[in-house]
Design a protein around this ligand. Structure first.
Ligand SMILES: Nc1ncnc2c1ncn2[C@@H]1O[C@H](COP(=O)(O)OP(=O)(O)OP(=O)(O)O)[C@@H](O)[C@H]1O
Ligand SMILES: [Mg+2]
Length: 250
């Protein structure tokens, strides 16, 4: 059986810059897969290409075996794939409830959207308490929760999340991951998540891809990568036992 998502030899170019170089990855139904890598590795580009926001120069992206390359973002969203972008992009002047309603409009069925919001708020008690607040007044962690909740309002089966832990305290990051794992269980979500650091991810993810310079350097089950050496080597290009190249030694 085909994986839920297959990315095959994907290359993306911005002008002269190759942001992705023949990168391949796959995500099975129900998995939590994480892409980690340093700044500029191509992580956001990968998620944007999958969601239809960036057009690759070559390669294929398949959802349940069907190619979605070149489709418009709205079309891809209707295939129940949703992206929580880097930087969250919530509407600060609108209330929490209105932000969630915007997610719900995609469904085109008001009654279903209302029932969906009610069900969803069960996972986000802090958002329920703040439904009438302007979103700009939420803390960073609450804004991230809102961005995730809004994306889940469209009832995706595949949720792409770009750096959910960016700028948040460790305790809040853990809470967000706990919610994501709960959503996987209860809403039958499959998750593909970008992160810069592997510290926490190894605990939450089933499988990991390390991306650097637009190419997949290493992939494997999180359980097999826990000692961290293979990830370190892939991430930095040298191992913990080697001496660091001069320009990266700080
Ligand atoms: N719209 C764009 N136009 C031109 N270059 C871009 C654009 N978006 C990204 N890039 C470049 O492509 C490369 C990959 O960027 P990308 O945002 O995918 O990396 P990333 O792994 O998400 O990094 P970060 O961890 O900093 O978010 C970088 O060198 C970046 O400067
Ligand atoms: Mg990024």
């Amino acid at each position: 059986m085909a994986a839920l998502l297959e990315v095959e030899n994907l290359s993306v170019r911005y002008g002269d810059l190759m942001a992705l170089r023949s990168a391949s990855l796959s995500v099975d139904e129900g998995e939590v897969v994480c892409i980690i890598g340093p700044n500029g590795a191509g992580k956001s580009t990968t998620l944007a290409a999958i969601a239809g926001g960036v057009r690759p120069v070559s390669g294929d992206i398949r959802l349940e075996g069907r190619s979605i390359v070149g489709r418009r973002p709205e079309h891809i969203a209707r295939l129940r794939l949703s992206l929580v972008p880097e930087g969250r992009h919530i509407f600060g002047t609108l209330t929490v409830e209105e932000n969630l309603q915007i997610g719900g409009y995609m469904l085109g069925d008001r009654a279903a959207a209302r029932a969906g919001m009610e069900r969803l708020l069960g996972h986000f008690p802090r958002l329920r308490e703040r439904l009438r607040y302007p979103a700009a007044r939420l803390s960073g962690g609450e804004q991230q929760m809102l961005a995730v909740a809004r994306a889940v309002m469209t009832r995706p089966r595949l949720l792409l999340v770009d750096e959910p832990s960016l700028g948040l305290a460790p305790r809040i990051i853990d809470q967000i991951y706990e919610i994501l794992l709960e959503l996987r269980q209860r809403e039958k979500l499959t998750l593909l998540i970008n992160e810069q650091s592997s510290a926490r991810i190894l605990k939450f993810a089933d499988r990991i891809y390390v991306l650097r310079g637009g190419a997949v350097q290493v992939e494997g089950r999180a359980a097999d990568l826990r000692d961290g050496e293979a990830i370190h080597r892939a991430y930095f290009g040298f191992g913990t036992q080697d001496s660091a190249p001069a320009e990266t030694a700080a």
